[in-house]
Ligand binder design. Structure first.
Ligand code: BZD
Length: 837
């Protein structure tokens, strides 16, 4: 009997089972409700059913994940590791149903028992582990990696409190703590056995070892443990299931027994609390950079855990680290994880005694770096004393990297000391700082910007000296967005209409949307296209009513700007347009204008005064305009609170006009611009970031362009820009500014918006005054065009049809080919036996 048992493999997964049929799904749902949650259907809440259902779906994911990881191991594939301090994946359930191919059947099954699947999907708290575009891009890239069957791991931090929830109180932003883990997270798997120690602080000493070689010992001030939490990331219509591995900080010993035995309970738990602080909260600031100690600790913690994990996995299957760079490619999502360059050197040189040159060669082959900003104030630079306090050994290694690097620079540019000073990893122009972008450039074999314009500007300004030194290291990879979440899932009506004409292959090959061009003038198709948009607008109008109490007319033009609040993104330019329209209506209440609903959404960094004031301005203007009988509902202004992935999925499909109005040269790429256009919105925008390429793709006649170009902006500034001259010479602009400063929108308070007005009149770093006139003209043109339904619909169809380039699949294919040198691995779903394991 015992012998038989040994020879009969224990089957973990029977591939012959169809795990996606309704019967097995229903059985598992009931079982999870009973045996996991301990509830009967009679007393189960919506949240319980969501939870039981999520576990049911997770089981299917895990089956695919185990198959995937076994194939990776067996085939010794090269793996991409995406290092990012932020991820904004959005709710998982709907996306997983879509990717498994069972969304429609599940939806129908729910409908048959009188339930609406959407209510259950709505129960999910989204993981808000990011600030904005950068974090969302990371999530789109994980989706595409899995869909393209590329072996990949996303490494990040499991913040207990993600980005705050935003409420609007008396027109101001109020921040509410995010509690995404309050109901437990059914998607993650806690792996207490996958844990690493991370050292912090202290000092270093050099001792000779037995062979007389000098070795460095780092005596840390404290040690924290990083524990893995895994979330499966399934590709669309494939069996590939990758993983997002997030690290949570814990105390090494969750209890200090010595302190406890001395009777000091609070000291005993103190260690635990201090350690857990590390991943307690996401910093809610995007730009500018803020040099907080805890933030540096977070960055290092992420990098150390991830690299230790990769080394452990590598050594599981390889005898040594000699071919490490052939098995792993690490992408640094901006400089937040750039310290990993130094950490890998430390792990190789200090901990595994690999010679410096060999370690450095490996390191440079492993890493590549994506830059996401040109704003000088956003570039990360850590004060040297702070750096030395947190990472004393890393600072020594940085000095050594820099010494060798600057030696090579001096050889290349003999006598050019200013060149060496500009390239140095250490900024010594005043107080000394570690420049993280320089570290990332020196430690990587590839550097990329995120749109064509942005990459050109990187090469000619921010990273000019590095470009001159290593032109071959520079690439452009224009960002992309996943068509799964941002069209197939979020806009089911448009998806159904598109599928009825061209099938659904576009979901995996977005260039296929081109086939829609032939229907752009087809009256029936146009009519259906308009009906879809109207239905989506009705849905958003209901959400607006529920969330803000404001009634809006779905027939009006939905003119939308949703993104983080920032002066360079110029939400206040949009407000100047609103006031312009308002003044026109006040002067002539019978004026015929295109009725508009102007919708804003976005969070402001809690410490960014001007951004918060702009939110207050939007709310204040909304309050006046929305109830003025002269306006008579032809103009409505809405601030939709708490812009996040969930809300975004309702907003993009309902837009007629997408506002992408940043000052040229300031927005690295933008990705909201792509999501809007994909959903058939027309763009009013500047020649900034990816707008340039969107306009190229959709055709200039299908894009409302305004504003000064990057070169013009530079020229205007070089001449000594005087915004006040625009105020003096433009009568309409003057009226707008005068109304604003009269206190009209602030119950007579002339002080409330004074900082904004003064900044516009006397400073205007972002050239609102210089771009005002062309913005208004282009807005007028957009308004007129909207009245021509056939023309507008044609333009809208062509926008969607020509979005092929902006799929994150295209972007990921470029990374694979040019930067990572990785290939797909086909995953078959098959029996797994204990013997194989
Ligand atoms: O990255 C954004 C850019 O501003 C966008 O133009 C671009 O499209 C996206 C993706 O490439 N940058 C961010 O979102 N940056 C941050 O969120 C951030 C977060 C922490 C610290 C600094 C910046």
């Amino acid at each position: 009997m015992a012998i038989e048992e040994k020879t009969t493999p224990f089957i973990i997964k029977e591939a012959s089972d169809n795990d996606l049929d309704m019967e097995s799904l229903g059985r598992d749902l009931n079982e999870n409700l009973f045996y996991y949650l301990g509830k009967s259907p009679l007393v189960a809440t919506l949240q319980d059913i969501y939870h039981a259902f999520a576990l049911t779906v997770r089981k299917r994911l895990l089956q695919r994940w185990i198959n995937t990881s076994m194939a990776y191991v067996k085939q010794k594939v090269k793996v991409v590791c995406y290092f990012s301090a932020e991820y904004l994946p959005g709710p998982h359930l709907g996306n997983n149903l879509l990717n498994l191919g069972i969304f429609p059947t599940i939806s129908q099954a729910f409908a048959r028992v009188g339930a609406n699947l959407d209510y259950f999907l709505d129960q999910e708290e989204e993981p808000g582990l990011g600030n904005g575009g950068l974090g969302r891009l990371a999530a789109c890239y994980l989706d595409s990696l899995a869909t393209l069957e590329i072996p990949a791991i996303g490494y990040g931090l499991r913040y207990e409190f993600g980005i705050f929830d935003q409420e609007i109180r008396d027109g101001w932003q109020a921040e509410i703590t995010d509690k995404w883990l309050q109901w437990d997270n059914p998607w993650e798997i806690h792996h207490p056995e996958i844990a690493y120690e991370v050292k912090l602080g202290g000092c270093c000493q050099t001792h000779p070892d037995r062979d007389g070689r000098l070795v460095v010992h780092w005596h840390p001030e404290r040690v924290v443990k990083g524990v893995a939490y895994d979330t499966p990331i399934l590709g669309y219509n494939v069996n590939t299931c990758n993983v997002l591995r997030l690290w949570k900080a814990e105390a090494i010993e969750s209890f200090d027994f010595q302190a406890f035995n001395k009777g000091d309970y609070y000291d005993a738990v103190d260690e635990k609390l201090v350690s857990e602080n590390l991943t307690k909260v996401l910093y809610p600031n995007d730009e500018p950079f803020e040099g907080k100690k805890l933030r540096l600790e977070q960055q290092y913690f992420l990098c150390s855990c991830a690299l230790q994990d990769m080394i452990r996995l590598h050594l599981h299957f390889a005898p040594n680290l000699g071919d490490f760079h052939e098995s792993w490619a690490v992408q640094l999502n901006d400089t937040h994880p750039a310290i990993s360059v130094v950490e890998l050197m430390r792990l190789l040189v200090d901990e595994r005694q690999i010679p410096w040159d060999q370690a450095w060669d490996t390191t440079r082959k492993v890493f590549s770096y994506t830059n996401h900003t040109l704003l000088p104030e956003a570039l990360e630079k850590w004060p040297l004393p702070l750096f030395a306090q947190v990472l004393p050994r890393h600072l020594e290694i940085i000095f050594e990297i820099n010494r060798r690097f600057l030696d090579s620079v001096r050889l290349r540019y003999p006598g050019d000391n200013s060149k060496a000073a500009r390239l140095s990893l250490i900024d010594e122009s005043g107080d000394r700082y570690v420049r993280m972008a320089h570290l990332a450039c020196v430690g990587s074999h590839a550097i990329n910007g995120v749109s064509a314009l942005h990459t050109e500007l990187l090469k000619s300004s921010t990273l000019q000296d590095f470009f001159e030194l290593w032109p071959e290291k520079f690439y452009n990879i224009t960002n992309g967005v996943t068509p799964r979440r941002f069209l197939a899932l979020s806009n089911p009506r448009l998806t159904a209409l598109i599928n009825s004409k061209i099938g659904s292959d576009w979901i995996k090959d977005l260039y296929k949307l081109r086939q829609l061009e032939e229907f752009a003038e087809d009256p029936d198709f146009q009519q259906s296209w308009r009906e879809v948009k109207l239905a989506n607008k009705r849905q958003l109008a209901n959400a607006i009513k529920a969330r803000t109490g404001i009634s809006v007319d779905p027939q009006s033009m939905f003119d939308i700007q949703v993104k983080r609040l920032h002066e360079y993104k110029r939400q206040h330019l949009n407000v100047l347009h609103i006031i312009t329209l308002y003044l026109r209506l006040k002067k002539d209440p019978t004026l015929e204008i295109t009725p508009r609903t102007i919708i804003f959404g976005g969070k402001a960094a809690p410490g960014y005064f001007m951004a918060r004031l702009i939110i207050k301005l939007i709310s204040s203007v909304a309050e006046v305009v929305n109830r003025d009988p002269d306006v008579n509902d032809r103009l409505k202004v809405v601030f939709f609170p708490n812009f996040n992935v969930k809300n975004a999925q309702k907003i993009y499909p309902a837009a007629d006009l997408s506002q992408q109005i940043s000052t040229a040269g300031k927005e690295a790429s933008g990705t909201g611009n792509m999501k809007f256009a994909l959903n058939g919105a027309l763009t009013i925008g500047t020649l900034d970031g990816a707008n340039v390429e969107i306009r190229e793709e959709v055709g200039p006649e299908n894009f409302f362009l305004f504003g000064h170009t990057v070169e013009e902006v530079q020229y205007i500034k070089a001449q000594g820009y005087n915004p006040y001259l625009y105020y003096q010479s433009n009568e309409h602009l003057r009226e707008v500014i005068d109304l604003l400063r009269s206190g009209f929108f602030a119950h007579g308070d002339r002080d409330l918006f004074r900082p904004l007005v003064e900044s516009l009149l006397y400073q205007d770093d972002y050239l609102l005054m210089a771009d005002y006139q062309s913005y208004i003209e282009r807005q007028d043109e957009a308004g007129m065009t909207f009245l021509d339904k056939k023309r507008w619909t044609r333009m809208s169809i062509l926008n969607t049809a020509r979005m092929g380039k902006f799929s994150s699949d295209r972007a990921i294919q470029e990374y694979c080919q040019h930067i990572w040198q990785v290939k797909p691995t086909f995953i078959e779903l098959q029996d797994i036996t204990l013997e194989q394991v």
